[in-house]
Design a protein around this ligand. Structure first.
Ligand code: B4P
Length: 189
């Protein structure tokens, strides 16, 4: 299996590039953000809990996310590989993902880290907020999410550097040019 982690701050293009990776490489896709938004729409217990954190720009607790991901992984059998989009977002999640994959005799082949400056992130998310009405795409929550990223999520980069699978990608420019850099990395991974 070829498993890929697509990583980066909020608005860096994880979801955008995941769509292109699916088309090109035929991998399965798990977006923890999409799963949480689906739970919120269905008003499940998990959705009600997650909404409080998401609307406040905070991460949903690790134990909740890790349990949810294990369930999703079990639904995917006989796949060529999985794109993990928005997961891991803490070092504890990175360790849990490695354990879950190792139990299934596989691992992460590449962690693609999209690098985008703060002004560009804010600009993109404010634009998306106008179109999508997402409750977390307003200036106050966006700034909180970026701070949470630097404190809790950026340390995940060190984990994958130690694993030898960290690949930084410049994430500003045309979606196709960025994808071409990503596709090159995945082909060789
Ligand atoms: P996510 O849904 O993962 O959302 P995101 O980080 O905001 O978006 P992404 O980087 O995918 O951006 P996109 O491609 O859409 O998470 C939402 C929340 O869920 C989190 O804040 C957290 O509370 C919770 N959560 C999720 N996973 C969790 C976890 N593992 N642990 C704990 N909590 C978790 O791009 C954004 C915009 O930019 C789009 O409008 C797009 O069109 C545009 N864009 C993309 N590429 C562009 C480019 N090259 N140029 C110009 N615009 C571009």
């Amino acid at each position: 299996m070829k498993n890929i982690v697509i990583f980066g701050p909020p608005g860096s293009g994880k979801g955008t590039q995941s769509d292109k990776i699916i088309d090109e490489f035929g991998l399965a896709h798990i977006s923890t953000g999409d799963v949480l938004r689906a739970e919120i729409a269905k008003e499940t217990d998990l959705g009600i809990l997650a909404k409080k954190y998401i609307d406040d720009g905070q991460l949903v607790p690790d134990d909740v996310i890790i349990g949810m991901l294990a369930g999703k992984l079990d639904e995917l059998k006989n796949t060529k590989g999985v794109i993990f989009d928005g997961f891991p977002r803490t070092t504890a999640q990175a360790v849990a993902l490695k354990e879950m994959l190792n139990e299934r005799e596989t691992d992460v082949a590449a962690m693609i880290s999209l690098e985008v400056n703060k002004e560009e992130l804010i600009d993109r998310l404010l634009k998306r907020g106008k179109a999508s009405g997402r409750s977390d795409d307003n200036l106050e929550t966006i700034e909180k999410r970026i701070n949470v990223y630097h404190k809790q999520t950026a340390p995940v980069i060190e984990f994958y550097k130690m694993e030898g699978t960290h690949y930084p990608v410049h994430g500003v420019g045309s979606v196709d040019d960025i994808f071409s850099d990503i596709a090159h990395i995945i082909s060789k991974a």
